[in-house]
Write a protein that binds this ligand. Structure first.
Ligand SMILES: C[S@@+](CC[C@H](N)C(=O)[O-])C[C@H]1O[C@@H](n2cnc3c(N)ncnc32)[C@H](O)[C@@H]1O
Length: 186
């Protein structure tokens, strides 16, 4: 039996963070928590700039149906990698439009300009009543509520090399994320 954090730990260990792409991986335990959340809720998920979570999915059926969208072509050998630059949200191939029931988002920046583009991409990808799980700073709370109707959750991500404390937001009742993360001081 593979322990819940093993795949996340393996991803983090084999994938150095590239500072020029603002790559900050979640901790192995945070990856495991988000994998659990997505695996319980999704049948087909889009991972926007969240490769650590996609590559740590344990549910092989979900992994086969889901896609990771990121500008870093290091994953281009994976058939489920889509090279995507958030500056061109409309360039997402039409075959993907409104075809996902879940998106996970962690952009490389926290500004409203960048969030506007990620929100546009999320709306393009999600089917009706699709679920959203994203991370950013708490100060973006009102902005994100307006854009994507998401609310902050108690469980916060541990991102070991990032100086800010991020918060998870969802547009649905995420009971698994209603408890504090023991890795994060609150
Ligand atoms: C803050 S990291 C988020 C990673 C996430 N915490 C994880 O553990 O998977 C930002 C991500 O955005 C990606 N990225 C950087 N520039 C991008 C761009 N122009 N378009 C799309 N993705 C980009 C990076 O490659 C990285 O995966």
């Amino acid at each position: 039996m593979v322990d819940g954090e093993a795949l996340g730990r393996a991803f983090v260990q084999r994938t150095p963070e590239k500072w020029e792409l603002n790559q900050y991986w979640y901790s192995a335990a945070t990856i495991a928590a988000i994998v659990k959340e997505v695996e319980e809720r999704a049948t087909k998920a889009a991972f926007l700039s969240t490769p650590s979570v996609y590559f740590s999915l344990k549910d092989l059926q979900l992994r086969k149906c889901s896609f990771v969208f990121d500008v870093d072509a290091q994953w281009s050998r994976s058939p489920n990698y889509v090279k995507w630059d958030f500056n061109k949200p409309k360039e997402i191939p039409e075959a993907f439009h409104h075809s996902f029931d879940f998106v996970v988002i962690d952009p490389p920046f926290i500004t409203s300009e960048v969030w506007t583009k990620y929100a546009e991409a999320a709306r393009l990808l999600l089917a009706e009543n699709g679920k959203i799980l994203l991370s950013t700073i708490m100060e973006n709370s009102q902005l994100l509520e307006r854009m994507l109707d998401v609310k902050p959750q108690v469980f916060q991500p541990c991102i070991p090399h990032l100086v800010y404390q991020y918060v998870f937001f969802t547009n649905y009742d995420a009971t698994n994320l209603g408890v504090p993360n023991p890795e994060v001081e609150q």
